[in-house]
Write a protein that binds this ligand. Structure first.
Ligand code: AHR
Length: 503
C-alpha cells in the first residue's frame, strides 16, 4: 500500500556546511580488524606492495573514507607507539590487555600513515593517557609532525620518511572515564591540561580532542575544570553504541518490535548530542568554537564479544540505522564536525568483512558509498511529514527525554557547493509499507533531471556473506524531470538517494 507524504526543502536555509569527516571510520587493534582485516604483510597473495589488503583498501577508497581514527579505542591507553616503528622484525610483541591475545606491532605509525595516504584519509591518532605520559605523547608528536634535527624527527627520517606527516587530529586518551583509566572528570581535566599544554606548544597547528561522555555530568564537570584553559580544547568527543540484546535482538535474528526499538532509540543519541552541545556552548561562552565529535558509534550486537573479537553480522536493518544516524549528523552539522563508525573491518558495524582471501561488503558499506554525495555540501532545512509507524506508550511515559513517535520517512537534504545539485537522502523505516512523497522546494526550484539510487533487499534481515555477496545491494536509475516538484515512491525498509540537477 502507498500512502502520501511530503518533503519540503528550504533551499535558502542552510543549517551549516557538512564536514566530510562525519562520514569517518575507526580502526583498532582488536579482534580481526587490523590483522588480517587491513594488514596481511607484503608477502600475502591478497596484499598490495606495502602489506595492506587490496580489497579492504579499495572498499575504503570507494567510500572516500575521509578520516580514520587509530590505534583505539581501549587499546590506545595501553599502546606504546615506539613499539610500532622501525624494522618490523625487531618490533616487540606485547600483550593486548583489553582484547586478549598478543600484539605483533607489525602495523604501527608509519603503516597507519601509509594506509591513510593510499585511501586518501586524514589520520586521527589517539594518544595514551591511561598508562602513558605527556613525554611519550610529545615524542610521538615530534616523530610525526616536526622537521628539525631532533631525536624523534630524525627517528622518522631514519625509518625512511623524510617529510613530516603533519597529523592534525590528536585525541587525548580514549574513554578516560572507563577503559582509559577510570578517571573522574576532575582528574581527567587535570591530565588533559598537562598533555594539551605541551602538545600545543610542540605543534600549535594540531587540533586536540578531549574525551567526553554520554553523561551530562561528566562533560559539565570536565569543562568546568577547563574553563580557564578553554583555548586548549578544540573538540569534545562522545561515544554512542546501540547495545541492548534484549531490546534489539541479535545481529541477524530479531523481531519486528526489536527492529523498531532500534530505530526509535536514535532519539537517545540525538538527546546526547543536544546535551553535549549545550554544555560545550555554556562553557565556551563564545570564546572558542569547540566542535563535537562522535568518534565511536554504531550497533553492538550480543554476538560481538571479546571472545569473538567483537565480530558480528550486519543486516539491512543496520544499514537503515546507519543512514538515519548520518541524517542526524547532517542535521547537527553546524556543531558535529566528525564521527567515526566502529569499526571499519571485521569488528562491530564494519563496512567490510574478511575471511581468508575473501571479502564481503556489508549493507552499511553501501550507505557510506551513497552518502558521500553530501560531503562538503550545505545542509538544508527539511520539513517532512509521513505517517507514524511506531510509538511505545510505556517508553514515552517513562522517559526523561521527550521521545517522539517514529515516522516512516527520515530525510536529509543538502546543496552542492556550486549550488547546481540538490541531494536528498530518504530512509523508509517502515517494515511493511511503501510510501510515496512529493518533493519540492520553498522557492519552487526547477529539477532538470534526477539520479536515483536505492539500497534494499526482500527482507530487512538480509545480509551479505561469503556465499551470497550481493543479497543487499544498490540499484540506480535516471529520470528526466523538468518540473519544480517530483513525486516518488520509496520502498519499505530502504535507503534512497536522489540527486537533482537544478536549473
Ligand atoms: O569499539 C570497541 C570499544 O568500544 C572501544 O575500544 C572502546 O573505546 C569502546 O568502549
Amino acid at each position: 500500500m502507498i500512502e502520501d507524504c511530503t518533503i519540503n526543502i528550504r533551499l535558502d536555509a542552510s543549517v551549516g556546511e557538512i564536514s566530510p569527516n562525519i562520514f569517518g571510520h575507526f580502526i583498532e587493534h582488536l579482534g580481526r580488524c587490523i590483522y588480517p582485516g587491513i594488514w596481511v604483510g607484503p608477502n600475502s597473495k591478497v596484499s598490495d606492495e606495502y602489506g595492506f589488503r587490496r580489497d579492504t583498501v579499495s572498499a575504503l577508497k570507494s567510500i572516500s573514507a575521509p578520516v580514520i581514527r587509530w590505534p583505539g579505542g581501549c587499546f590506545a591507553d595501553y599502546y606504546h607507539w615506539e613499539d610500532g616503528v622501525g624494522p618490523r622484525e625487531s618490533r616487540p610483541r606485547r600483550i593486548n590487555v583489553w582484547w586478549k591475545g598478543e600484539e605483533s606491532n607489525e602495523f604501527g605509525t608509519d603503516e597507519f600513515i601509509q594506509l591513510c595516504k593510499i585511501v586518501g584519509s586524514e589520520p586521527y591518532i589517539c594518544v595514551n593517557v591511561g598508562s602513558g605520559s605527556p613525554e611519550e605523547a610529545l615524542a610521538w608528536l615530534e616523530y610525526c609532525n616536526l622537521s628539525g634535527n631532533t631525536k624523534y624527527a630524525n627517528m622518522r627520517i631514519n625509518n625512511g620518511h623524510l617529510e613530516p606527516y603533519n597529523i592534525k587530529f590528536w585525541g587525548v586518551g580514549n574513554e578516560s572515564w572507563g577503559c582509559g583509566g577510570n578517571f573522574d572528570p576532575v582528574y581527567y581535566a587535570w591530565e588533559y591540561r598537562r598533555f594539551a599544554t605541551f602538545m600545543k606548544r610542540v605543534d600549535p597547528t594540531i587540533k586536540l580532542i578531549a574525551c567526553g561522555h554520554i553523561t551530562r555530568d561528566w562533560n559539565y564537570r570536565f569543562l568546568e575544570n577547563l574553563r580557564d584553559y578553554i583555548h586548549l580544547i578544540d573538540y569534545l568527543s562522545i561515544h554512542y553504541y546501540f547495545r541492548n540484546g534484549q531490546r534489539y535482538g541479535g545481529d541477524i535474528n530479531f523481531t519486528d518490535d526489536q527492529y523498531y526499538n532500534l530505530l526509535y532509540d536514535i532519539q537517545h543519541l540525538e538527546y546526547q548530542i543536544q546535551q553535549a552541545i549545550h554544555v560545550i556552548d555554556f562553557f565556551s561562552e563564545g570564546r572558542k568554537d569547540i566542535g563535537l565529535i562522535v568518534d565511536e558509534w554504531g550497533v553492538w550486537h550480543p554476538q560481538a564479544t571479546v571472545d569473538t573479537g567483537l565480530y558480528q553480522q550486519n543486516t539491512l536493518r543496520d544499514a537503515l540505522l546507519a543512514a538515519s544516524i548520518l541524517n542526524l549528523f547532517i542535521k547537527y552539522c553546524s556543531k558535529v564536525k566528525m564521527a567515526n563508525i566502529a569499526q571499519a573491518v571485521n569488528v562491530l558495524q564494519g563496512v567490510c568483512l574478511t575471511e581468508g582471501d575473501k571479502t564481503v561488503l556489508t549493507p552499511t558499506y553501501y550507505v557510506f558509498r551513497m552518502y558521500k554525495s553530501h560531503m562538503n555540501n550545505y545542509a538544508l532545512c527539511v520539513e517532512s511529514d509521513s505517517p507514524i509507524i511506531w510509538s511505545e506508550e510505556k517508553e514515552l511515559a517513562q522517559s526523561k527525554i521527550k521521545l517522539k513517535p517514529l515516522k516512516a520517512l527520515d530525510v536529509s537534504a543538502s546543496l552542492s557547493s556550486d549550488k547546481k545539485c540538490l541531494i536528498v537522502t530518504v530512509v523508509n523505516q517502515s517494515l511493511d509499507k511503501d510510501y510515496s512523497a512529493k518533493i519540492c522546494t520553498n522557492v519552487n526550484a526547477k529539477f532538470l533531471e534526477c539520479t536515483f539510487e536505492s539500497l534494499n533487499a526482500n527482507d530487512v534481515r538480509a545480509y551479505n556473506d561469503f556465499v551470497s555477496k550481493e543479497t543487499v545491494k544498490t540499484k540506480e536509475e535516471k529520470f528526466s524531470v523538468n518540473r519544480s516538484s517530483f513525486e516518488f515512491t520509496f520502498e519499505k525498509h530502504s535507503v534512497n538517494k536522489l540527486i537533482f540537477k537544478l536549473d
